[in-house]
Design a protein around this ligand. Sequence first.
Ligand SMILES: Cc1ncc(COP(=O)(O)O)c(C=O)c1O
Length: 387
Amino acid sequence: MNTIQATDQYTMKAFGRIPLVEAQGKNCTCTDENGKTYIDFGSGIGCNVLGWSNDAWVNAVCSQVQKLQHACNYYYTQPQAELAEKLAKATGFSRMFFGNSGAEANECAIKVARKYSSDKYGKERGTVISLVNSFHGRTIATLAATGQDVFHQYFYPFPTGHVFAKANDLDDLKSKLDGTVCGIMIEVIQGEGGVCALDQDYVQAIRKICDEQDIILIIDEVQTGCGRTGTFLAQEQFGVQADVTTMAKAIGGGLPIGICLVNEKCADVITPGTHGSTFGGNPVVCAGAVAVLDTVTAPGFLDSVKEKAAYLRGELEKIPEIESLSGIGMMIGMTLKTKDAHDVMVAANDAGLLVLTAKEKLRLLPPLTITKEEMDAGLAILRKVLA
Ligand SMILES: Cc1ncc(COP(=O)(O)O)c(C=O)c1O
């Protein structure tokens, strides 16, 4: 059997896959098994933040895997310590927990909010409010926290204690504050929901409510974090700092990671035995993540992301078929005038450009290391496909 046949035969049919076998890549250009090349405007849904086979990341991962590939969390490892220290300094958070995916990081965040509240107020205060149109993951609890009905099917019973408020509607959110709420969970830009940024006033008003009512503000930065929007965390551009923030995707540079970061107030909520993970904080993954973090926080890197985003957005605005752009920085949603986004994604793939969709929009999450030449090559293909 070939790769496509074997995958389709022996893996569960969870994904609507495109018949393309990615074989290898360098920066933002990937080659399939037949030698055809593609410009990457998707970075594996925001994971290959430094592109394919970035030298610093490859060296960090390869040298670590030759020394120590795994250690159980009863012991200490240098890469985990280095990542934790550097990430705490880069973000201003006090402590973190390492898992393996965005959903796991969000599970941890929900546990932190609930335990903070039950330690202090007892067990009747466990409700987590999240927003309509949000996406927080595929585990049972994170599906329950996801504000889209399409995800609330089949897998009954879902956990209770999750309610939804309309995004950017403060009155609706306030109407859900019934004294049982321990956490409010938001994405400052709803990614899977269609690359929709929240209003800054609204996010700041939520921060204020959380402060006044001792509710834990969780900001899910699984998709927005690690430089994607031009700042290390997107919340910086909204003028707020969450109590709990989750990261995944990009910080791993292409290896599985999920991180739940907490502020001083929540620093001691998780105690021995209340949470855990076998692979979380794996030394190889952490060594790679340190290389990502060092690169993204190096002087000038985030400025270059802002410049690239301005260039890309400027060029996209000139394409007649594109009605409007959404998102911030290198997280770009495009509403099309006449064409179907999924059809465009398939046509772009055929023409040698990897793009994504989010709801009815075309979506771009290019690697942050993309060059001007690669942007121009990708734009040329997109212009043709959208003509
Ligand atoms: C905002 C957000 N949260 C959580 C997740 C889930 O992450 P993972 O697929 O790593 O579990 C995603 C994935 O797209 C996401 O975009």
